[in-house]
Design a protein around this ligand. Structure first.
Ligand SMILES: CC(C)(COP(=O)(O)OP(=O)(O)OC[C@H]1O[C@@H](n2cnc3c(N)ncnc32)[C@H](O)[C@@H]1O)[C@@H](O)C(=O)NCCC(=O)NCCS
Ligand SMILES: Nc1ncnc2c1ncn2[C@@H]1O[C@H](COP(=O)(O)OP(=O)(O)OP(=O)(O)O)[C@@H](O)[C@H]1O
Length: 309
């Protein structure tokens, strides 16, 4: 009898882990899709145009997003089941990330649509799954997150990624070919996406989430998400922008985004016209703020967890 009860308990727990990993995956996919369809975005692919990209369009993003589902689920599940150190959890999910990157590239015929978000969302999904372990025996349904819960996610991420920059760039001078991120570290010391992760995505924690929490919920989702994108563009050390247009391009993106927000943001007259003008400028200069787009996706994911988006 006792054996039967404990068997039942284990089965219930496994089915709850499956359900919660699925919910996390759905939020992550929603976030990726919200970003893709958001328009008008300067320099980035959206349904209206392909920004500064000649090799992809909105359909490439739809195809790519579908290929992410299974890998996203694995990130979340790994976190929900993990019993070892957080550094080891990160090492483990990097393998899942590398495989997922290959799958995404196969689906897009070798076009890099989602490399950055596979990395960042992988970290967030695993960290959130790990965090949720403490609620598995407490809640029947998937919980709605409070600010304090999100704060814990950032703490977990810092522990997972401690030492990442030094570790990843250790052998850089011995490598024959370098990725964009490695080249920029070599040339300017920019730590890019790795530095952002190791710092625990501080701009999202300290500026973006507080802003999303107090945005007027009656505003359209389009305006709210565009505001967040411009806030991110005004601050992100975006290696995507730098590798395409150098440090001047990064300064230009930051300046344009800051000006747009200072002059009234989405509330100003002709706001959408101004963004379209910025889009033309970025297209002409071949600039695409892909790092900010990725951080927007992560912010939407957290907004979904807190039920504020
Ligand atoms: C670290 C990885 C993702 C990227 O390295 P790479 O040197 O190519 O970086 P690169 O500078 O080209 O940036 C990649 C993308 O990150 C995004 N990005 C750029 N800057 C930033 C930033 N400051 N903040 C957030 N995202 C950024 C952009 O979309 C960009 O295209 C990659 O090398 C890797 O390790 N891939 C394996 C997959 C993986 O580890 N997944 C792990 C799941 S945790
Ligand atoms: N809506 C979007 N439009 C374009 N890029 C986006 C969008 N959302 C996110 N990104 C990010 O931008 C990156 C694509 O940038 P880019 O085209 O410069 O790729 P690359 O492979 O780094 O460079 P290149 O194609 O110039 O060799 C992707 O990794 C993706 O994460």
């Amino acid at each position: 009898m006792r054996e039967e009860i404990s068997k039942k308990k284990i089965i219930n727990k496994i089915s709850k882990i499956e359900k919660w990993a699925t919910q996390l995956t759905i939020y992550a996919q929603q976030a990726v899709l919200y970003e893709a369809v958001l328009s008008p975005k300067p320099g980035l692919v959206d349904p209206v145009d392909s920004g500064a990209h000649r090799d992809m369009n909105i359909y490439t993003f739809m195809d790519s997003t579908c290929s992410l589902y299974q890998g996203f689920y694995q990130f979340a599940q790994k976190g929900l089941l993990w019993k070892d150190s957080l550094k080891k959890l990160f090492e483990k999910i990097r393998f899942i990330g590398i495989e997922l990157e290959k799958k995404m590239l196969k689906e897009t015929k070798n076009i890099n649509t989602h490399k950055g978000i596979i990395f960042s969302m992988g970290i967030f999904l695993a960290a959130t799954g790990f965090f949720l372990q403490r609620y598995l025996d407490v809640f029947i349904e998937f919980p709605i997150f409070e600010k304090e819960d999100s704060d814990e996610i950032f703490k977990i991420i810092k522990k997972m990624t401690r030492g990442l920059v030094a570790e990843d760039f250790k052998q850089i001078d011995k490598k024959d070919t370098l990725t964009h991120g490695e080249k920029l570290y070599f040339k300017y010391g920019f730590t890019g996406i790795r530095g952002e992760a190791e710092a625990g995505y501080p701009f999202i924690e300290n500026q973006i989430m507080p802003r999303i929490r107090c945005q007027d919920k009656k505003e359209s989702l389009q305006c709210r998400l565009l505001e967040i994108l411009f806030l991110l563009m005004s601050n992100t050390e975006d290696s995507n922008v730098i590798h395409r247009g150098g440090v001047e391009a990064l300064e230009l993106v930051k300046k344009e985004a800051k000006n747009f927000l200072k002059t009234g943001g989405l509330a100003q007259e002709n706001a959408l016209k101004k963004i379209e003008k910025m889009n033309s400028l970025f297209v002409q200069k071949h600039i695409s703020p892909g790092g900010s787009a990725d951080l927007l996706i992560v912010s939407i994911f957290l907004g979904k967890l807190e039920n504020i988006l």
